[in-house]
Design a protein around this ligand. Structure first.
Ligand SMILES: C[S@@+](CC[C@H](N)C(=O)[O-])C[C@H]1O[C@@H](n2cnc3c(N)ncnc32)[C@H](O)[C@@H]1O
Length: 289
């Protein structure tokens, strides 16, 4: 395991004295990840700056501005309040606290989506739709883009889930007014993900379904192979095992994680000259059968 990941695990969810707050340490981790591939943990604004640079986007807004946008998002706030009232959703006492608690996640799922302005996003794993709601809000605020979610309704004790949600209530944290850009596909990602990624021009893939090493590596590999170059791959729960880091390392890619929420990771899909020359796209039927 690379030193960056070992230290992140040892220090847990970074406090004031976390090594990642030291610029020299971040520089060291970046240099090491550049050499071997792997994940680098950054402050929210540094993460946005890094991804803008890699995506060729102009300088943009600060993380705090995106968090303010989320706090001011009335449909999201109302859906959250309704879930508390009607379903006993008790992860956070109020919407402002939720945005603050999830800030690193919100920066990636909302801020980055506002910057990157994807046309098509595909995610695996929806359940109540907590992070899905951030993505849908970004698409609505962008005025463009749609989200396809592939999900098996969660049952407590199965597929790493601790709660049951009946199929009719999936995504209950999603505002009604945001659902016109949302398509829900019920079923196993192993079945639907390769098909959908092959059929659609996808800009962003988000993994948040089954967090086993085998399944995570499967989804990352399918996404890498079927998304074009310069597209984004996001993942939740990258600390459950080392799959995210190992995948990056085995492809000599650098990924990033907000150190306030190091369970979330993101990387830009890139290929080397050899792979580009051999061919990285899907071969058309008329040539490949
Ligand atoms: C951690 S939850 C997703 C949380 C969600 N992204 C959010 O924003 O709140 C994981 C979801 O993935 C589903 N799931 C597990 N294995 C799956 C698989 N193989 N294919 C599709 N969905 C799966 C679970 O049933 C559950 O609904």
């Amino acid at each position: 395991m690379p030193i960056s990941l070992r230290i992140q695990k040892a220090f847990g969810y970074g406090g004031r004295n976390h090594p990642w707050r030291r610029p020299w340490f971040t520089a060291l981790a970046r240099a090491s990840a550049r050499r071997t591939g792997g994940v680098v943990f950054l402050e929210d604004d540094a993460l946005l700056d890094q991804l803008r640079a890699e995506l060729g986007l102009p300088p943009g807004r600060r993380a705090e501005e995106y968090l303010a946008e989320l706090r001011a998002d009335e449909p999201l706030r109302e859906a959250f309040d309704r879930a508390r009232r009607e379903r006993g959703f008790d992860e956070d006492p109020d919407w402002d606290t939720r945005v603050e608690r999830l800030r690193g996640i919100a920066v990636v799922y909302y801020g980055l989506m506002r910057e990157f302005r994807p046309q098509v996003v595909v995610e695996t794993g929806t359940a109540a739709g907590g992070y899905t709601a951030f993505v849908l809000a970004a698409l609505k605020h962008n005025g463009a883009g749609r989200l396809i979610s592939i999900d098996i309704p969660p049952v407590a004790g199965r597929l790493t889930m601790d709660k049951t949600i009946d199929p009719g209530s999936i995504g209950y944290l999603l505002p009604e007014g945001y659902r016109d850009v949302w398509t829900y596909v019920q079923g196993d990602a192993k079945r639907h993900l390769p098909r959908i990624l092959a059929e659609e021009e996808v800009d962003v893939f988000i993994h948040d379904s089954l967090h086993t090493r085998t399944h995570m590596l499967f989804e990352y590999a399918v996404a890498r192979a079927l998304l074009g170059e310069g597209k984004l791959v996001l993942s939740d729960d990258i600390m459950w095992n080392n799959a995210f880091n190992d995948f990056l390392a085995s492809n000599r890619l650098t990924g990033y994680s907000p150190y306030s929420k190091p369970g979330t990771g993101v990387f830009v899909n890139r290929f080397d000259d050899r792979e580009r020359a051999a061919g990285i796209g899907l071969v058309p039927h008329e040539q490949g059968g």
